[in-house]
Write a protein that binds this ligand. Structure first.
Ligand code: GRF
Length: 201
């Protein structure tokens, strides 16, 4: 499986994926890492391993579709077959999705369909949820909506702040993302509408 990673910031999920590959628990390679923002820390996880990086700036494109066509072009040129959104803070359109049908994957720090969108950990706390977690899902045209490939639950503690909850969820993100990608690499995921055979747990 040849992965192209899209990031916007810290890149800890990218790092977890790269470490899983290095450990041999994920049989894939990351061929290119693209950020929509310049100089983000996540890019260093790629450059330090001599993985190709690119910054593709939305301001250089007329609209979302135009931008996504440019992304798809870069990913295709790099030989990517699977696109991993690892903290990519943009909505992607069909201009990208049609180029990689059922091969664009996202991670979200809540148990979807609960708490989609921004600040999912804050939403869970404010709602008084006792259980939240992490979801890895296929991307479709709606935000945080596509078929669910894997989930892990995380209990909310009464003394949790947004930061402590986010940190515990992040640990599970780093476990779940490489594990789900390995299932994809093995061809064990079968998509039937919204339902997925072979996902996690
Ligand atoms: C993660 O919490 C992820 O679930 C969300 O954005 C955050 C990205 O973190 N989509 P990082 O850049 O991978 O460290």
């Amino acid at each position: 499986m040849i992965i192209g990673c899209l990031i916007s910031g810290r890149g800890s999920n990218l790092e977890a994926i790269l470490r899983a590959i290095e450990r041999g628990t994920l049989t894939a390679s990351v061929r290119i890492v693209i950020s929509n923002r310049p100089d983000v820390p996540g890019l260093h996880h790629a450059t330090s391993r001599a993985i190709e990086t690119a910054v593709v700036r939305p301001a250089d494109y007329a609209d979302r579709e135009d931008y996504d066509r440019a992304l798809a072009q870069r990913l295709r040129t790099a030989g990517v077959d699977t696109v991993v959104l690892a903290g990519f803070d943009r909505i992607v359109t069909s201009a990208l999705l049609h180029q990689f049908p059922n091969r664009v994957v996202n991670i979200h720090p809540a148990l979807l369909p609960a708490f989609p969108g921004l600040h999912a950990q804050r939403q869970a706390l404010q709602h008084g949820a006792r259980i939240t977690g992490v979801t890895v899902h296929l991307v479709d045209e709606q935000v945080d909506h596509g078929p669910i490939l894997g989930q892990i639950a995380v209990a909310v503690r009464e003394d949790d702040t947004e930061a402590t909850l986010a940190a515990r969820i992040l640990e599970e993100e780093h476990r779940l993302f490489p594990a789900v990608l390995q299932r994809m690499a093995d061809g064990r995921l079968h998509i039937d509408g919204r339902r997925v055979q072979g996902g996690l747990p």
